[in-house]
Design a protein around this ligand. Structure first.
Ligand SMILES: COc1ccc([C@H]2[C@H](O)[C@H](O)[C@H](C)N2C)cc1
Length: 449
């Protein structure tokens, strides 16, 4: 393998308590909020077809007009504790907030730029009260930070000239100052979610990024930083030139999920997900498919079954209100989570053969296996193929203690259980207690082929 000065500094998963806590969240909330919520995807009577938080890049939005929107930022309905309570009700264990998106507008009072909340009619810190409100609900806070910054004069996507390079040095200093400022102001932050690090200019900053990550972890020991921050010595990101993950978890699953455990390379990972097909910031005109709570619950369960966290995005509008569709989904997901959270929190992958009826999650504390059933087969029979040398002790409906399932062993390490006749009204969790006291096998004959 290549000798890298700034590649992965650790092989395999982080095993410290802060990362164990991250690994056991299951469900998170993303919040994308900024001045892009003011146009909300519309301008001059036209609707932007892209992601609302990218409207500045649309030819239909004059840059001058966008860059003056901050003078209208005055979210009179912003209510951090209401947001935190809604997240609590949904069952989120952590929240990631956009402190600064690509447009460079800062939701906190930054010493290093005037393009921040203090110069808006609202005039106050947005981030601080949100951190306090979420901490008060026991929901861990992570800060999203876009390195790419369309507002900073020193930003460059490519370093072509000496002028570019000297300008970019001032931009790097600005970036370091803002990150250290955020960690100073919000010391209960558990981690940073970086974005906007795909440009060539940043890919040349392996040493700078590596040193900055080290410096940030000096300020907050154990700080959790994903794979989307650092480039390695050769400009590779997420995975270094030896194919090793850089950062504490893989940040590549955005609006998509791994299909198999192999797809995850055995790393920690998160999937960040939009409710519409592709809108992170508030867009008043959601086009196309809006996901239902069952679709989102299946993505959550699938994520946990493959050792990942599922982070659902919310985009408050210009007044700071959460739109009706998002409120409804938070409530519906919360109703399911209130009855089935033991299949999500502290759970992860078990290498039993995936079945069509749904997903397994294993509780890392109790060892119990959860069958999360989404698809009831036509014959109401659920097949269970375990790993070898185990014996099933008890199988029961998580939400109906009177419902015990009697497994029928149909071949080596293979069982079936019978569901009742009732239709599945919602994803059903069936718990399997098992142990390794393998009794006598019935000596099934393997077919001689
Ligand atoms: C170029 O394609 C992109 C670039 C950045 C994004 C940003 C979104 O604005 C949002 O913040 C998402 C998490 N991020 C990857 C999305 C698509």
């Amino acid at each position: 393998s290549l000798a890298l000065a700034h590649g992965a500094h650790r092989l395999g998963k982080r095993t410290d308590p802060m990362m164990e806590r991250w690994r056991n969240y299951g469900l998170g909330q993303f919040i994308h909020w900024g001045v892009y919520a003011i146009p909300g995807g519309q301008w001059n009577g036209a609707s932007y077809g892209g992601a609302a938080e990218w409207i500045r890049s649309w030819k239909g939005m004059p840059k001058e007009a966008y860059d003056n929107l901050y003078k209208e930022f005055d979210p009179e309905n912003y209510d951090p504790s209401a947001l935190a309570k809604q997240a609590k009700e949904m069952g989120a264990k952590y929240m990631i907030i956009t402190t600064k998106h690509h447009d460079g507008f800062c939701l906190w009072p930054s010493e290093y730029t005037d393009y921040d909340v203090t110069n808006t009619p609202y005039g106050k810190d947005i981030i601080g009260p949100l951190v306090e409100a979420y901490d008060a609900e026991g929901i861990d806070v992570y800060l999203y930070f876009s390195v790419m910054d369309w507002n900073h004069p020193g930003y460059r996507s490519v370093l072509a000239t000496e002028e570019d390079r000297s300008a970019y040095e001032s931009f790097k200093e600005f970036t370091r100052n803002q990150l250290l400022e955020l960690l100073e102001r919000y010391p209960t932050t558990k981690g940073l979610w970086f974005d906007g690090t795909w440009d060539e200019a940043w890919k040349e900053q392996a040493e700078f990024a590596d040193n900055l990550a080290t410096e940030m972890r000096k300020k907050i020991p154990g700080l959790i930083i994903g794979s989307r921050f650092r480039p390695d010595d050769y400009g590779n990101r997420h995975f270094d030139s030896n194919g090793d993950l850089m950062g504490d978890y893989e940040q590549g699953w955005e609006r998509k999920l791994p299909e198999t455990y192999e797809d995850t390379n055995g790393n920690d990972w998160d999937c960040v997900m939009t409710i519409p097909e592709n809108q992170w910031g508030y867009h008043s005109d959601w086009r196309g498919h809006v996901k239902t709570s069952y679709e989102l619950i299946e993505m959550l369960v699938k994520s946990v079954s493959l050792d990942g966290n599922f982070v659902l995005n919310f985009g408050p509008d210009a007044k700071g209100d959460i739109r009706m569709e998002e409120k409804k989904l938070a409530t519906e997901i919360g109703q399911w989570m209130s009855k089935n959270k033991s299949a999500i929190y502290n759970c992860g992958h078990i290498d039993w053969e995936k079945q069509d009826w749904g997903y397994y999650t294993q509780n890392r504390v109790t060892g119990e296996v959860n069958m999360v059933v989404f698809n009831k087969p036509i014959n109401s029979v659920l097949r269970i193929k375990t790993s070898s040398k185990i014996s099933l002790q008890k199988i029961y409906d998580l939400n109906d203690a009177t419902k015990i399932y009697d497994p029928e062993e149909i071949s080596q390490d293979e069982y079936i259980i019978q569901l009742g006749d009732e239709e599945l009204a919602e994803p059903k969790v069936i718990v399997i207690k098992y142990d390794h006291s393998k009794g006598e096998t019935k000596g099934y004959e393997k077919a001689k082929t």
